[in-house]
Design a protein around this ligand. Sequence first.
Ligand SMILES: *Cc1c(COP(=O)(O)O)cnc(C)c1O
Length: 414
Amino acid sequence: MNTQQQTPSAVTRATFDEVMAPTYKPAEMIPVRGEGSRLWDRQGREYIDFAGGIAVNLLGHCHPQLVAALEQQAHALWHLSNVMTNEPALRLARKLTAATFADRVFFCNSGGEANEAAFKLARRYGVGIDPAKHQIIAFDNGFHGRTLFTVSVGGTPRYSQGFGPIPAGITHLPFNDPAALEATVSDSTCAVVVELVQGEGGVIPATPEFVQTARRLCDKHRALLVFDEIQTGMGRTGHLYAYQHYDVIPDVMTSAKGLGGGFPIAAMLCIERAAQVLTVGTHGSTYGGNPLGCAVAGAVLDIVNDPTLLAGVRRRSQQLCDGLDAIGRRHGIFDPVRGLGLLLGAPMSPAWQGRAKDVVDAGLRHGVWCLVAGPEVLRLAPSLVIPEADLAEGLRRLDAACAELIGQRAHTTA
Ligand SMILES: *Cc1c(COP(=O)(O)O)cnc(C)c1O
């Protein structure tokens, strides 16, 4: 225990290093307030938010309609558990099934949990047909969460190393390689798990041919096609869900991140035939379907599931792409931008290999918050309703940040 008693309000960034598990290394600044696409830190410095809480704050910070939904529910009912159902959860499930391919919904609290539910469902589904039908096929550099099952399905071996025996029966293939799928999917496969845009893996969109091949092979071998839409869902790509962009319908889909617009909630959605294996008692969650989360997510969905809003995402996407490409060309720092909608990645140019994090740090010095997707890609995932003026201002600040980096480099190599 810390012998020096400190008042809890006297926290600083150094407090993190004393009392938090050392699994993160957060930025020096500590934001204390947000409004729309702007954030303020303890010193009152203002930042343009191009990160959106890692593709979560779909409607920016403290959106008035979400605040109202949360406040209203906070005065009505906070929590019951799944011993009883509740109106916000039932309403949200109705809206999600009406808006998507899905017949049924399982609620939980995070992306990792939604995928855990999807993978457990896939296993029960497959094993119910044939005990040998338990192979899960996933892809290199895919990301599906940090539980032991989801890191094992994820395609970054480093994330599952050092934790002892990991779940077996998982095969990893190269992403966007239809021939590898063709050669591997068999009657032993219970699921093929795809991110339609690999997010953490570097903002890499799946090719239509790859997604179509996965669908065809799952049909042929009675396997479930699982789309992890935790990052791509809820309007992020300019469609409510990215499967609508590809026009390929999955059997199971997971949604989290943007679903609650900043309130923790996640969902596993699926077709009737798949849902039937989750009989009473086979899976569960204490908080899953919590009224507060479901009330907020219902309000998010009402706002996002709107053709005008989605058209706005595509328009902002173009503005951000053009701006980033111009910065990349001016400073020779990025290669052409990739991604879908407002999930964009600017790969570092050969001269700037491995230095995406330096761009993020320089951005913070210039008042704009961006993300990385691995060491080689600058990732942007702003609010879907970021004002076009804030987009322009954020791009100006990012341009200044890149100019500073280029200047430093000129200095050190001189
Ligand atoms: C973020 C993410 C997850 C994990 O979500 P958590 O809420 O962090 O558990 C899973 N899959 C994808 C594609 C993600 O982007």
